[in-house]
Design a protein around this ligand. Structure first.
Ligand code: MN
Length: 508
């Protein structure tokens, strides 16, 4: 993207461009390219995502303080406090190798860094978005780095940035980051996978491509307007993870290749689904309505698998252009949208705060209050935030996002500490189950409570979330006035403003 042509040389972006080009003029990247090519690429990505000029300018300047003789004050004087604050956040994140090390190592120093890292992006989501664009370019140009740094970069990307991008709803970015990192982190596994899928991939991709015009004709004869149709191969890393869950049996993977259909409206999505199911019988148990029940990162789409031409099981993904943009860009799409709506409102962040994919940012903020010890906080982030997730539902269809193998007790504590404390039983999909039953995505969970009941010490054996553990311990170890203390720590919401009737924990 030609930034100067798009924004003009005298704009904020234009001035930042000239400034950064000058500041970095004597440095080169490991590849031998002028350093400024990196700044331009990062800013180009940020502009493509539709972020504001301040973010694009900050992207151009993101390495100036760390890598040149200019200081933050210079940046502030030249470009104002907003650009300064973004560059400051980005400069802090430069120490990220230590911060990520905090996820695996147990030293207090490093977990403190991780905490700072999360706080810094939670204050302004734009810092994180620019950082993700920075990481994307570094990963795309990884080949020129020495082996050791390549590994560190790739590992961080797989452990931290990929999951973060996913949690922000940026599925395309998350997929690309993970695929770029995968061969460096798990070279043997990558090679095996390549061998295993090469032929089936090419075969099925050819099959799906041939299907595309057939699908278009089919929908048109039923008067369903089609915006676009294409055939997509599944990402390598996500396929690798899926194969691990299915005993490496490629025969059990039905979305190796998917046909993606984009239609103008939600009604057209369901109409298209109907037509496809009429033409080709659906494969049972493979229909997912992420429009009625979006994934917890905000993803919406209809997914189905059908016995298609030649009875081959084929996955279809049906969505609107808006859902498509959101699936690709996630939070960035909301950000740009909200920004366009309140041009004059400086606090765009508040407008998108309640979006589903941002609730976890809020959750992290709340945790900072709950976990005062940095080691404990680190443990909570590691187990509750980065592990594979289970999405269970309340009877009201609220999605509760939990780590893998979480139990009804974790679910209960996630809703509210009192519900956890007073939990006596659980109904999963209408049936009473033992409290240590691992939950699965899509389970509808109803917690049975009894007033005045105390948590059992036994629960510590099986609960998976740090939050539940902490709460159980604090009740078990509490002195007699605990009821009062808990009320102070967890006041009930004074206005019932918790999400759709669910009381929020630690409301401030
Ligand atoms: Mn950089």
């Amino acid at each position: 993207m030609d930034l100067l042509a798009k924004y003009g040389a005298k704009s904020l972006v234009g001035r930042a461009y000239t400034f950064a080009a000058e500041a970095h003029k004597d440095t080169k990247r490991a590849s031998g390219d002028p350093y400024f090519t990196h700044c331009k690429a990062v800013a180009g990505t940020v502009a493509e995502w539709g972020l504001d000029e301040t973010s694009v300018a900050a992207a151009l300047l993101h390495d100036v303080v760390e890598d040149t003789s200019f200081t933050l004050d210079d940046v502030g004087r030249e470009f104002g406090p907003e650009v300064r604050s973004l560059v400051e956040g980005l400069t802090k994140l430069k120490n990220l190798p230590h911060a990520t090390a905090g996820i695996t190592k147990e030293s207090g120093d490093e977990s403190e860094n991780l905490r700072k890292f999360i706080v810094s992006f939670a204050e302004d989501i734009r810092v994180l978005l620019v950082k993700l664009a920075d990481r994307l370019h570094n990963m795309r140009t990884l080949a020129s780095l020495p082996l050791e740094r390549r590994r560190t970069f790739a590992w961080e990307t797989l452990e931290l940035y990929g999951p973060l991008a996913y949690r922000l709803g940026m599925q395309k970015l998350s997929g690309e980051l993970e695929d770029l990192a995968f061969p460096h982190v798990l070279p043997k596994e990558y090679e095996e996978l390549e061998k295993l899928v090469k032929e089936p991939y090419e075969e099925r991709l050819a099959y799906a491509h041939a299907l595309v015009p057939k699908v278009e004709t089919l929908l048109k004869t039923h008067s369903i307007p089609v915006v676009s149709t294409d055939a997509r191969a599944k990402r390598h890393y996500s396929l690798y993870k899926k194969l691990l869950r299915h005993d490496k049996d490629l025969g059990k993977i039905y979305d190796l290749v998917a046909v993606r259909v984009i239609v103008p409206s939600v009604e057209a999505c369901y109409a298209a689904l109907g037509v496809i199911h009429q033409e080709w019988p659906p494969f049972s148990g493979r229909f997912k309505d992420y429009i009625a029940r979006p994934k917890s990162n905000g993803y919406r789409s209809l997914h189905t698998a059908v016995f298609c031409v030649d009875r081959k099981v084929t996955e279809f993904q049906i969505r609107t252009p808006e859902m498509h943009a959101e699936a690709e860009l996630g939070i960035a799409a909301h950000w740009a949208y909200q920004q366009a709506r309140n041009q004059k409102n400086a606090n765009v962040w508040s407008g998108i705060r309640d979006k589903q994919e941002l609730r976890w940012v809020e959750q992290l903020r709340n945790w900072q209050g709950t976990f005062t010890d940095p080691g404990e906080f680190q443990e909570a982030v590691k187990t509750d935030f980065f592990r594979d997730r289970v999405y269970a539902l309340t009877p009201e269809n609220d999605i509760i996002d939990l780590p893998a193998d979480a139990t009804p007790v974790d679910f209960a504590y996630h809703i509210h500490s009192d519900i956890g404390d007073q939990c006596t039983g659980a109904r999963v999909n209408g049936k009473m189950v033992p409290l240590d039953t691992p939950l699965r995505s899509g389970d509808i969970v109803e917690i049975v409570t009894q007033k005045g009941k105390k948590p059992s010490k036994d629960w510590l054996r099986f609960v998976k979330t740090s939050l539940a553990k902490k709460q159980i311990r604090s009740v078990l170890n509490a002195p007699r006035n605990s009821a009062i203390r808990r009320l102070v720590n967890n006041p009930p919401p004074e206005d019932g403003s918790g999400h759709r009737g669910i009381p929020r924990r630690n409301k401030k």
